[in-house]
Write a protein that binds this ligand. Structure first.
Ligand SMILES: [Zn+2]
Length: 262
């Protein structure tokens, strides 16, 4: 059965219990990493995934709390003897900078490096990212400080739909991305007019989209308490809300119980 595993749930400032937000889709055959920050190699190991088996990596936008660990991921994979190709997907704005970052490390001179293919996604709604055995994934631009994509993932085996807002203000693009989704994971950094959303705004977006469940992610943890966010989102949403926590495993199936969902 396919799962979504939360590898990190914090906004840009992590603490000892919360890494920066990044996720992994674990199918029966395919492993897709969504953003690469914090300690992805260690976190993947903790949830029983060998980082060498990640076939695809989707980068939502070029901010350090979303792509900061890409060079380390590359170097560790190379040193661990990876030979399997890696496919990386994102907007041109992001991938061009990731390639520049890798060039700053002279990765073109690392001998015997495994094949890496960059897939530059057009900046338009509903663009196809990838189709593999387990998942069909599309992306839409959302509204953040820099060009950013949200994701819509369909589980091929059962039709379950999971949408991920990434970092964004409340916007109609996210509503369309999450239309009728079984699960929406929406950021809840706080009400910042230019780049983020509050928990209440995430709840309103989930309601407008007709999502069945809402998980809050990318919330502030440094010196602050976050459990009140659930109530804040519940009121406008009216459906089950939970707070994503690091290492939470979420079944991508309507026949399984959702951890923490109330
Ligand atoms: Zn962020």
């Amino acid at each position: 059965m396919s799962k979504l595993i939360i590898l990190g749930s914090a906004s840009a400032v992590p603490d000892d219990a919360h890494e920066n937000s990044h996720l992994v889709l674990k199918g029966d055959n395919d492993i897709v990493l969504i953003d690469c920050n914090g300690r992805p190699l260690v976190n993947l190991k903790q949830v029983g995934i060998n980082f060498k088996t990640v076939s695809d990596m989707i980068l939502t936008h070029f901010h350090p709390d979303h792509v900061g660990a890409v060079p380390q991921f590359m170097m560790a994979s190379w040193l661990a003897g990876r030979s399997m190709p890696l496919r990386i997907y994102g907007l041109h704005h992001c991938l061009q900078r990731v390639e520049d970052l890798m060039m700053a490390f002279h990765w073109d001179e690392w001998p015997g490096f495994f094949p890496v293919a960059f897939h530059h996604l057009p900046e338009r709604e509903g663009v196809r990212v990838l189709d593999n055995t387990d998942f069909s994934i599309s992306a839409s631009p959302v509204r953040h400080y820099v060009p950013t994509i949200g994701l819509r993932v369909t589980v091929n085996a059962n039709g379950f739909v999971f949408a991920y807002s990434s970092d964004t203000v409340p916007c109609p693009e996210t509503v369309r991305l999450a239309k009728g989704a079984d699960l929406l994971i929406h950021e809840a950094t706080g009400d910042e007019p230019l780049g983020h959303s509050s928990a209440a705004q995430a709840g309103a977006i989930a309601r407008e989209a007709g999502a069945k469940r809402l998980g809050l992610i990318h919330y502030n943890v440094w010196g602050t308490e976050s459990t009140h966010l659930i109530e804040e989102a519940k009121h406008p949403f009216g459906g089950p809300v939970f707070l994503c926590e690091d290492f939470m495993e979420i079944p991508l199936s309507n026949t399984e119980e959702f951890p923490g969902a109330t």
